[in-house]
Design a protein around this ligand. Structure first.
Ligand code: KG4
Ligand code: ZN
Length: 349
């Protein structure tokens, strides 16, 4: 079984081909550079860039795979949630291919792509506990099966990745913020600045990162002679220490919430053995190593997708499409893309 997957819900235009032996036959990815100047993704620019590149990306992916286009069994695309202009571009391309090749079209929920991708690289069976942490989402879930999720909690304000991006913007470090902050943090002292861990002792599975971001802003402002962000004076060492402190605070919050969730998971799903982290923020090595320790403490096996498959990519959409196809879950060509599409609303039958 061979599935082509297309991703276009944010600022990556990507395609990949996978098979049911868990082999990635090819992958092509273009990270749009147009947004760097704005410190965040501009939806209209993203949609236009997807439109400009999608045909070449798909063509390149198929050519590199060595697969005859006629041997592709199904075409999957991210059909939401995400920036609707981009989602429509990917979905229309997938539907056109499906129609022309007379093959099934599969509408993949982007979050299900992030949720299932760890099963491609690791031997993980259902049910498993998942921390899904990206630029747009931060949730703790139990993945009971394809299309079957129990949400335990989520952020009540910013997603963790969004906080990384906003802090990087305040420090004039560029976009996306996560990888840059991680690099700066490597050289910094995480204990120099005292930063809050919002909601860490709330006892539930919800999270909050907006107050942490404000605390970072206040430290930056306090370095400025007139108290404004524009005139802040931070030495490279200040910036490194602030990045390290911020990364540690986010990690502490995520690790504590996951620790609580692990206890719930073990009690309520005794057959479950695995704890997984996925999504763009899961590319963070410091976070991964702390979550590994949390899992070990709770006697669970910790997994994370390879770093390149944490941030948005076509492989996760092709793989989720393949998992759905194996269950006979295909969609009609009149499926409407959904800018909002919570995991709990996915069809599993
Ligand atoms: O999953 P993703 O590519 O897109 C969404 O679905 O949102 O996640 C992108 C997010 C961005 O906020 C980015 O700053 C963050 O993931 N990110 C990281 C790292 N690499 C990417 N955050 C922390 N550390 C990283 N190494
Ligand atoms: Zn994503």
């Amino acid at each position: 079984m061979i599935v082509l997957g297309i991703e276009s819900s944010c600022d990556e235009t990507a395609a990949a081909i996978v098979n049911d032996k868990k082999e990635v036959l090819s992958e092509t990815l273009l990270s749009q550079q147009e947004h760097k100047a704005f410190g965040g993704v501009v939806p209209e620019i993203a949609a236009r860039a997807h439109l400009e590149h999608i045909d070449d990306i798909i063509e390149d992916c198929i050519a590199k795979s060595g697969v005859n286009i006629k041997d592709i069994d199904a075409i999957a695309a991210t059909a939401g949630p995400g920036l609707i202009g981009g989602v429509v571009v990917g979905v229309m391309a997938a539907k056109a291919l499906a129609l022309a090749l007379n093959k099934p079209f599969i509408a993949v929920n982007h979050l299900e792509g992030h949720s299932l991708i760890a099963r491609l690289s690791n031997d993980i069976s259902f049910p498993y506990l998942l921390l899904l942490t990206s630029g747009g989402h931060c949730q703790i879930l139990i993945v009971k099966g394809v299309g079957s999720y129990e949400k335990l909690g989520s952020t009540i304000d910013d997603a963790a990745g969004e906080a990384f991006d906003k802090v990087a913007k305040m420090l004039n470090l560029g976009y996306p913020g996560g990888p840059i902050i991680e690099k700066m943090a490597d050289k910094g002292d995480a204990n120099r600045f005292v930063l809050p861990r919002p909601m860490i002792n709330s006892g539930d599975f919800n999270m909050s990162f907006s107050g942490l971001k404000t605390a970072v802003r206040k430290i930056i402002e306090s370095s400025s002679p007139d108290g404004t962000m524009e005139h802040a004076i931070l030495s490279p060492k200040d910036t490194e220490d602030l990045c390290a402190g911020f990364q540690a605070a986010v990690t502490d919050c995520l690790a504590k919430k996951l620790d609580t969730a692990m206890k719930y998971f073990k009690k309520n799903y005794p057959a479950g053995k695995d704890a997984v982290v996925s999504g763009g923020v899961a590319a963070n090595t410091y976070l991964r190593s702390h979550l590994l320790q949390t899992a070990e403490k709770n006697d669970l096996i910790f997994s994370a997708p390879p770093i390149r498959l944490c941030t948005d990519n076509g492989v996760m959409i092709a793989w989720a499409g393949l998992e759905r196809f194996q269950k006979g879950l295909i969609n009609k060509l009149d499926f409407k893309p959904r800018p909002r599409w919570p995991l709990e609303e996915i069809e599993s039958e």
